[in-house]
Design a protein around this ligand. Sequence first.
Ligand code: NAP
Ligand code: GLV
Length: 284
Amino acid sequence: VWPDLGDPADIDYALVWMPEPGVLANLPALKAIFNLGAGVDHLLADPSLPKVPLARTVDPDMAMRMSEYVVFHVLLHHRQHLLYAAQQRRQQWQGHPQPAASEVRVGVMGLGSLGADAARKLSLLGFATAGWSRSEKSLAGIDCFHGTDGLKPFLNRTDILVVLLPATDRTKGIIDARLLSSLAQDGVLGGPVLINAGRGALQVEADIEAALDSGTLKAASLDVFEEEPLPPSSPLWHHPNVVVTPHNAADSGALPLCRGILEQIRTFESSGILRHLVDRQRGY
Ligand code: NAP
Ligand code: GLV
């Protein structure tokens, strides 16, 4: 267990989460790398990363946890909980009109192992659910958009935007002023909501803050940030319409993840086959 690795030449497989750059390059016998997480942006940022197969985590436990986070935050904004929590602090007894889930259009950016599961669960709750991905998809009950051409119509029909994209050269900074101003402004919630549990590098926080201040964005739930931990100076900590969580939307325990990886190693040793391989060119 790092940092006490013994003889580096004895190590066939590395199971890693955000290792220090250069550590893996010093393992001469390495056959494969297993990322103990879904996103591999930090690994691919290491120019010395060995060119052995790189597999990422795709795991039902992780998908379940992420969907819990997404469903919880969609419902929190849908049921106007920030407003009711503020009223409770003032001992104010006042109801507000509550739209039906079917009147609220949720859009999930990224329809991979996590986004597709969250979209399905939101659809089961009755939300008018759409998704956006790089390649064309067909998912029962989900209105699927894809590619550059699909982005604007997807955003234009979205009241609650859930971001579950990987951070790649093509997606970094995608949540900017332009994207936020393309979200639906005519929705029943009185303004669009952003939920980002993908990566902080996807978002331009200054643009999110400006959109919240101008009312272009009504509220946000953010699990990931440009800089983590979120610096004390960030206005996002104190914004009344922002929920901050410390990058733990889908914090899976090591054990369920390692079980899947041990299975992967057994199959790889017997047949040379590895699943969930990262395409380094694509960046995810
Ligand atoms: P995944 O299975 O690789 O899915 C990624 C999705 O994003 C795919 O649908 C992909 O489209 C889409 N995509 C990628 N680049 C795109 C582009 N340029 N334009 C449009 N769509 C694009 O990944 P996952 O397992 O669902 O995980 C998603 C991300 O969640 C991870 O990369 C990680 O950053 C984040 N995450 C966060 C936490 C947390 O605790 N906050 C936990 C786990 C994961 P295609 O389907 O067409 O390929
Ligand atoms: C967590 O952020 C992950 O990518 O698994």
